[in-house]
Write a protein that binds this ligand. Sequence first.
Ligand SMILES: [Zn+2]
Ligand SMILES: [Zn+2]
Length: 587
Amino acid sequence: MAEYADHESSEDPLHILRHSTAHLLAAAVTELYPEAKYGIGPPVEDGFYYDFAFPQPISESDLPAIESRMRRLAQEGRPFVQQTLTRKQAVDEFTARHQDYKLELIADKVEGDEVSVYHTGDFLDLCRGPHVATTKDLKAFKLLRVAGAYWRGDEKKPQLTRIYGTSWGSQKELDEYLKFLEEAEKRDHKRIGKELKLFTVDERVGAGLPLWLPNGATIRRELERFIVDEELSRGYLHVRTPDVARLELYEQSGHAKLYRENMYPPMKFEDGEELELRPVNCPHHIVVYQSDLRSYRDLPMRIAEIGNNWRFERSGTLIGLNRVRAFALNDAHIFCTEEQLMDEVKGAIELALYFSDVLGIDEFSYRLSTRDDVKDKWLGTEAQWKRAQDALGEALKSMGQTFTVGTGEAAFYGPKIDFQVRDAHRREFTNSTVQIDFQLPERFELEYVAEDGSRKRPVMVHRGAAGSMERLFSYLIERYAGAFPAWLHPVQVAVIPITDAQIDYAGRVAAALRAKRLRVEVDSRPERMQRKIRDAQGQKVPYMAIVGGREAETEHVNVRDRSGSQTDEALESFAARVALEVAERRR
Ligand SMILES: [Zn+2]
Ligand SMILES: [Zn+2]
């Protein structure tokens, strides 16, 4: 099965185990649903799947029955037996079983006249192996969920039912993995985004185009202020440029040709003008650079913007805020001399490290992405690429950072350092990046006036330090499971009057806190105090200020934090304490 499909045969014992469990799943399904047709079933990270065409649709509620049949077959200890058939024999076997998908795979994937198949009891699969010896070796597995998947990933082909499962060497490992999944599910940013009213996605607006609700927009504003202020203090010049540009600009930059698959179709006007939604900010920032004659004294020039980018993503790949069709990038383009290059690369890495430290991005790794071997996928000369790749590697080494190399992961104009982060589901993504570019300066004929009065060409560094606001936010939601540090939380203090008699005092407490620019909500609903506390806890509000008659008399508040600890504190000292925590952006 899998080996005749889109995946390499593997000797990794876990892969073999998971792959074998996929056979077991298909064996159980064909026993329970004799009319089911089976497609492919490879191992994947942490588990396996198998695609089926069922005569009637099945749902997750059908999984326990399938799983219990799998257990029965596992206990029977059916051996995995290989047999080599001629092409005709194989076609006859799968025709007798009405397995059209296997017949298609034989026609498309099998070369020569020998076809390797595996028997597991009555179940027959097209496969080269290897597998475990018998189904008794499959001891710790679980079916997880059902999803739709097009046959061979092609939207024009029939939609099949994909059953996902996981399989481990021992029950202990399986239990640990299921616990991890449960925790990841609790932290899932789409789920928390709904619970805390942070963002929403609506079909009327479109898939992959999230709307930031007031709570989410508050957090984003805080993030942007933090980022922009820090960059200004490090000598960046913040600009504002439009979301669109004429197609010609992207022809000059090379994007129109080499980045086309990520771009939206141009908007055509009657007079023949064509505008593009920008997929990147670089050409705009180049135009900013060229808006004046630059001298060596102006360099390095660090042009920055939290700029909106529009990139086409297939609808099937969109994930909440993590993979979207429009996003705001914390972007900058540094124009410098070759002598300044190393310092600028290091400065960009340091800034990314600083952001990570404040924001709580604890776990990340560096990847040095180098160029593709296919010549038409990159611009420039081999010597330029080598110099740029060496410079990036050197910068990391000199900072004592270790990194992996991602061959073919570079941008078409130059190599880059990517900061790879993992979300709660351990999916890896790039959060920030530093890229060296010798190409765009040439294409746009960038210049500066050198000390001797001659015209020279600057080098360009593209750098994203905190990533896109969308992806960063999805990461932070999962990182904190919604319990954001006070400086980011949409409501920093919930003031809870115990009875209506304290509503006035609650208002005075709120005013005192707001005077320190804190975000406060007074819960004056006619609910019991316990209910209000529960609701504030549900919203992960950092502080509750509970006020009763005694507090009102003494100008105090009863402070309850997220850990549940409670203290009685003078209003003034509480306000000053939280304001300081927020100002220092403490985690
Ligand atoms: Zn197999
Ligand atoms: Zn750029």
